[in-house]
Write a protein that binds this ligand. Sequence first.
Ligand code: MCA
Ligand code: AMP
Length: 506
Amino acid sequence: MTSENHLVAALRASSAGRAEAVFARSANGAMLSYGDFFAGAEKIAAALVGLGVQPGDRMAVQIDKSLEALQLYVGAVMAGGVFLPLNTGYTAAEVAYFLTDAAPTVAVCDPSRHGDLAPIATKAGVAHLMTLDGAGEGSLKDAADAANAGFVPLPRGEDDLAAILYTSGTTGRSKGAMMSHRNLASNASTLATLWGFTKDDILIHALPIFHTHGLFVATNVALMSGCALHFMPKFNADQVLTAMPNATALMGVPTFYTRLLKSPELADASRNMRLFISGSAPLLAETHDQWRDVTGHAILERYGMTETNMITSNPLDGDRRAGTVGFPLPGVEVKITNPESGDAVPNGEPGVIEVRGPNVFSGYWNMPEKTKEELRENGFFITGDIAVKDERGYVSIVGRAKDLIISGGYNVYPKEIELLIDEVDGVLESAVVAAPHPDFGEAVVAVVVPQAPGSVEIEAIQAAASTGLARFKQPKHIELIAELPRNTMGKVQKNVLREQFKTLYK
Ligand code: MCA
Ligand code: AMP
């Protein structure tokens, strides 16, 4: 029986004996030390246990980004709980699904949403709906303030769950990816070493903290290396540029880089930085080249998934090749396979990426059948991304076997939107595709067939989307057409629609 909390011990190791070291500097200049960060997390853990949280209980959290929100993440894990972060853009209808599916003991929301969510939480059997706002105030903070200091993290082993992250699926139903202490600790430790992070780094943190990139890649890597964060509530190009001269590294989605490239100050501001990392969506080779021309730095592109954490990375030392996502991480096996046979394809031929290692999740919450479809018995997870490996071992992602749109780093599953649109009165059917977009990479476009001419207005579809879907999932363009293009088998030809809309934003 383990006596320590595996993930918390790993996250604390680098700052042991350095309680005074800066963990985070906020946009307003306020500093938070490592000692105070963990002391605050302990108080939250004590408050959660006081509310009745037992090891293994889920804690659903839909709150604005703040340092207290990060303390809540670490505090939830200290309490032996399973942290379940939710995109702040999710509507009440979306949150209802997550609460019902995951059955958390405690949910935490912004005070402004308490009224909205209280009946939903009650219906889902949530025992406590607490609040925490973007300034770190709320009923959870009050409970933490009243709790005793010095909470000792509850023992949790490598196989115990630390988090569940929901990821939408091609069936339109979100799946909760179960992440163990080992999954999170091993990946962050590998990345911190691979990318050369030390306690002297200062990482600009402008990503949201409800997804893998901002929470497990940026935050865990920083904690594990004992470095400092420039902590920003959200991405703002001017704020990032202002922070750069006093920072060493940035992690972002491609939209960060295309937006930063618009600034004439970029060349000067980036002079002292040592590393720019991109992921979550494809970085255009053109953006990579422009960045190198302006700053002299080659962006390090890496690739991962919610279910697997990070899988591949370009090298820190060596050639960071534009248009590739680099090599498998140390300790992570990557196979490129024929989707029918599951056999590995020869180098240079496209196939589906499969991945096995300590980073790979243990399955989907309450969905054994879905788990079986995507996670082979031999431990390989089928990513649904199509890639080729070249003779030097660099992996390039060349397509997706799954119907997925990535907009500004957020995943949007067309099926979910099509199901919602098809329910609108007067709609016969719909198809949702991506159109290339200069800012978001891909934009969501909905093509809708009315039951009869004039049977539905675009406004009615927009209204349904805004009630049912987070803003980033809502179609940026809706087009009514008489019928969808189909092949001889009757399957909708999304490639024809993609072709039709490929210059919409050009
Ligand atoms: C905002 N909007 C969006 C998006 N973000 N629409 C589509 N896609 C988006 N990503 C909407 C806004 O609601 C607004 O709508 C309009 O677009 C313009 O908003 P703007 O102010 O320009 O947006 P922003 O607030 O600056 O946000 C853009 C952003 C943000 C900074 C790129 O989306 C972001 O932080 N993305 C990062 C996502 C991320 O962390 N992904 C990692 C997932 P309106 O004006 O009409 O209201 S983890 C992952 O993928 C794996 C594991 C991995 O490998 O990392
Ligand atoms: P999610 O599971 O929602 O976090 O999204 C993971 C998906 O994002 C992957 O399956 C890929 O399709 C995509 N992705 C992540 N990083 C990259 C990258 N560097 N290049 C291309 N696609 C990426």
